[in-house]
Design a binder for this molecule. Structure first.
Ligand code: AMP
Length: 283
């Protein structure tokens, strides 16, 4: 039986009575198979699992989709119930940010080389917002393990930095990207795609696989592989590419053009108003 908890005091009370190890699965709700894969990993490794659902105002820019972001607490609770989650922690913003203006003015700011690359170039303050909210939840819940998806690779690196920077007593667990049968990565925003857009969106992952194949076979350098993938995507004018880059696996630095492994290809693109991201590891 999953219990819904809304206040910081109540979650602290139930945690004090809960068995450890304790898992925290951070989400913004509108749960899908990607989130479920994190929940399953947590259930596998921990005695108590808490899923938090919180659409974090600090990580959305003024022109982004904070108000439109899909919210579905009833459906989320059902999914958590089906997956034997112990607690869903779904606080109001005031619980997490008693003084939100101060939190906005003084966020936790990851280093520029992590924050201002890839998604950070167009989503200003996004990763400061992410670091700030995760630190708040970690301070409240004090879990033993925290679970994140590799789909949001840059976020994963920001959390890695956060844990090291503040010497936090938690182990970071990362889970592979869960995908539709078409290869499209599950995302809460997918529900805003029309069927036609969803079919087109599946080409993002195809373009990543193509780049990986071209590099691994030794056929093309990294830059040429990216170019080939951009050519592959060019018959789809609906796909507006924001970036297609190769980045080092350990620190997200740029990689040499002749690197053959140890990096990721990452893509961000808009289809209509919906912004999608994905990546693939080149092993
Ligand atoms: P979100 O609700 O979008 O903030 O995502 C919450 C967590 O779920 C993050 O750690 C994401 O990386 C992870 N996640 C989202 N989509 C997927 C996916 N398709 N596969 C695996 N993890 C995912």
């Amino acid at each position: 039986m999953t219990s819904l908890i809304k206040s910081v005091q109540d979650i602290k009370n139930v945690i004090a009575e809960s068995e450890r190890p304790l898992a925290l699965v951070p989400t913004m709700g509108s749960l899908h198979e990607g989130h479920i894969s994190l929940i399953k990993a947590a259930k596998n490794e921990c005695r108590t699992t808490i899923v938090y659902i919180f659409v974090n105002p600090l990580q959305f820019g003024p022109n982004e989709d904070f108000n439109e972001y899909p919210r579905n607490i009833t459906g989320d609770l059902k999914i958590c119930e089906e997956n034997n989650v112990d607690f869903v922690f779904a606080p109001e913003a005031g619980e997490i940010y008693p003084d939100i203006e101060n939190a906005k003015k003084n966020p936790i700011t990851p280093p520029d080389k992590l924050r201002n690359i890839l998604c950070g170039r167009t989503r200003q303050n996004h990763f400061s917002g992410v670091a700030t909210v995760i630190k708040r939840f970690l301070d409240i819940v004090e879990p033993d393990f925290i679970y994140f998806g590799e789909k949001d690779l840059q976020q994963l690196h920001v959390i890695k930095w956060l844990i090291k920077e503040f010497n936090l007593p938690v182990t970071l667990k990362s889970c592979p990207t869960a995908r539709e049968s078409t290869g499209l990565a599950y995302s809460s925003r997918n529900k805003y795609l029309t069927h036609e857009q969803e079919v087109i969106a599946a080409n993002l992952y195809k373009s990543l696989k193509l780049a990986k194949g071209n590099t691994r076979s030794g056929m093309f350098s990294i830059n040429k592989s990216i170019l080939e993938s951009l050519i592959f995507l060019s018959p789809f004018p609906e796909i507006k590419i924001e970036y297609f880059e190769a980045r080092d696996k350990t620190n997200l630095d740029k990689v040499a053009d002749d690197a053959k492994h140890g990096f990721y290809y990452l893509i961000a693109a808009r289809i209509g108003k919906i912004r999608l991201i994905d990546n693939i590891e080149v092993t």
